[in-house]
Ligand binder design. Structure first.
Ligand code: FMN
Length: 175
């Protein structure tokens, strides 16, 4: 049975939901999945795994610093296992920005790190206006207005294509 370690960085929890879905999909392939939050500074030596996946969300144009810090500190171990990286952001709701090659955040991040993940993914995230504080709510409304997205502050909009997440899970099962 393949053991897959899925590490994530999230602010509001949607990336965890995506990781759980990947975990469920991997379960259908008979794989065993462990999840860990990068903000808890997981030590890879504490886990037994055959493959490793890192997933991180974007906030104000960036993944959290802990993501690149973890990658630089653990690059050799990452490279020694079948591996994948995915990013979660709302720009990826746009068809022309929803692949690893066309998503600007993932491309920028790949230029910043020296690890070259073997496999990549990009998923559109979620905007939950009612849960946001006033500043964030107004900022996201402004960004959405500029980019022709939903601006109604009472809405929760999930842009995630769950079939695409399942396909990613299938890919991880085979990597
Ligand atoms: C305050 C805030 C800032 C965000 N900034 C960006 C951004 O700059 N670009 C983008 O594409 N998505 C942005 N997003 C969308 C998030 O990436 C999306 O909500 C994602 O689902 C968050 O995942 P998480 O809950 O795992 O952190 C932002 C969301 C919030 C709430």
């Amino acid at each position: 049975m393949a053991r897959v370690l899925v590490l994530y960085s999230t602010t509001d929890g949607h990336t965890v939901e995506i990781c759980k879905r990947i975990g469920e999909r991997l379960g259908t392939h008979g794989a065993e999945v462990q999840l860990a939050d990068l903000k808890d500074s997981p030590r890879l030596a504490d886990y037994e795994f055959d493959k490793i996946v890192i997933g991180a969300s974007i906030r104000y144009g960036k993944h959290q610093p802990v993501v690149s810090e973890f990658i630089s500190a653990n690059q050799a171990v990452l490279e020694a296992h079948p591996n994948a990286l995915f990013s979660v952001n709302v720009v990826a709701r746009k068809p022309e920005k929803n692949t690893p090659e066309t998503n600007p955040y993932l491309q920028k991040f790949l230029k910043k790190i020296s690890w070259q993940p073997q496999n990549l993914g990009v998923f559109a995230g979620k905007i939950d206006y009612p849960s946001l504080g006033l500043f964030d709510k107004q900022m996201i409304r402004l960004i959405m207005w500029i980019t022709k997205g939903p601006t109604d502050p009472t809405l929760t909009v999930e842009f995630t294509d769950w079939d695409k997440v399942d396909e990613f899970g299938d890919m991880v099962a085979g990597m």
